[in-house]
Design a protein around this ligand. Structure first.
Ligand code: MLT
Length: 315
């Protein structure tokens, strides 16, 4: 008689590599979360080798579709963010169905901040707002492609300011940040995981936060108003990240991965890294497949309505 469970391959098998697909360029916010998470997952996954595959482009749909098609064996996973909920509204056939993945749990929530190139004369939100109004259609707004977090925030900004900007898409906000620091683009709405070191290093200017409440950690954001405070009533965007596996990944593997994720999210090192960049790691209750799937479905509805309402001012 086979020893109980002997038929089920141990996961992860020793020597096998786990790949985390990140649908944006290396060095950006999504990549940062994935690499820090990979570090924290190693121990609970018996020291498995975990690598990141940056499959960027088309606002996260290229990488998400690559994960959708991957073998459902637990060795190819996806780390992506709110793009899982914006792309169903923006792409007719992105190459995947958002509700046909195995949901492994949410990871964190990350605030966004409106940042500008160093040469901008504006030293606060009011001055930036005035400058934008005086340069209708001429302001270059960078983002990470249709459906990215920076695209969504930029769309809502244009809609709230009743203005249209020239949007410049990149394969992620890492390359976009290079051009912002260089002055090739004027402003961007980006996640604090990517902006914090640049703001601290005075490489870019920070103006206002996308969240409903002010961000006090790290301290560099504490005196910045929220966009809601500046008059954009109800402006409230925070970028959640989640972990996914291809549909059909065995339930036992899904459970092992979800258990490992719960351990990783309690790793003090991981939490310290996240908090230092303004991100908030989610609590256990949200790190279960059923709630993660329900949450994303509600976000598809929520952001679909916002995108449709805001669409008239920008692409
Ligand atoms: C976004 O704007 O969606 C992200 O910043 C993209 C990225 O991780 O580079």
């Amino acid at each position: 008689l086979l020893a109980a469970g002997a038929h089920a391959q141990a996961f992860p098998a020793s020597g096998k590599t786990i790949t985390l697909i990140v649908p944006f360029a290396a060095g950006g916010p999504t990549d940062k979360v994935a690499r820090d998470l990979a570090e924290a997952l190693r121990k609970p996954l018996n020291g498995a080798t975990i690598v990141v595959d940056n499959a960027a482009g088309a606002g996260s749909t290229i990488g998400t579709a690559k994960a959708f098609r991957a073998a459902p064996d637990g060795y190819t996973l996806l780390v992506t963010h709110i793009g899982m909920a914006t792309t169903p509204t923006l792409y007719r056939n992105p190459g995947y169905k958002y509700d046909e993945f195995e949901y492994l749990g949410l990871i964190n929530e990350v605030p966004m901040v409106v940042v500008g190139k160093p040469a901008l004369a504006a030293n606060n939100w009011q001055e930036l707002n005035t400058w934008i109004g005086q340069n209708k259609g001429k302001v270059n707004l960078a983002n990470a492609g249709l459906g990215s977090a920076s695209h969504l925030c930029g769309l809502m900004l244009q809609n709230a300011l009743k203005t249209e900007m020239t949007t410049v898409p990149y394969k992620g906000t890492a390359p976009a940040m290079t051009d912002l620091i260089g002055g090739q683009v004027d402003i961007m709405c980006d996640q604090t995981t990517n902006t914090t070191s640049q703001v601290e290093g005075k490489k870019i200017k920070a103006y206002a936060m996308s969240t409903a409440k002010r961000v006090t950690t790290p301290a560099i954001y504490k005196d910045l108003p929220t966009l809601d405070e500046t008059g954009m009533k109800g402006f409230n965007v925070s970028i959640w990240h989640g972990l996914y596996a291809p549909k059909g990944t065995p339930a036992a593997v899904v459970k092992t991965l979800n258990d490992a994720l719960k351990v990783a999210l309690k790793d003090p090192e991981f939490i310290k890294k996240e908090e230092g960049l303004g991100a908030v790691v989610v609590n256990d209750a949200r790190v279960n497949p059923a709630d993660h799937k329900k949450f994303v479905a509600s976000e598809v509805t929520k952001w679909g309505a916002v995108i449709k309402a805001a669409g008239q001012y920008a692409d």
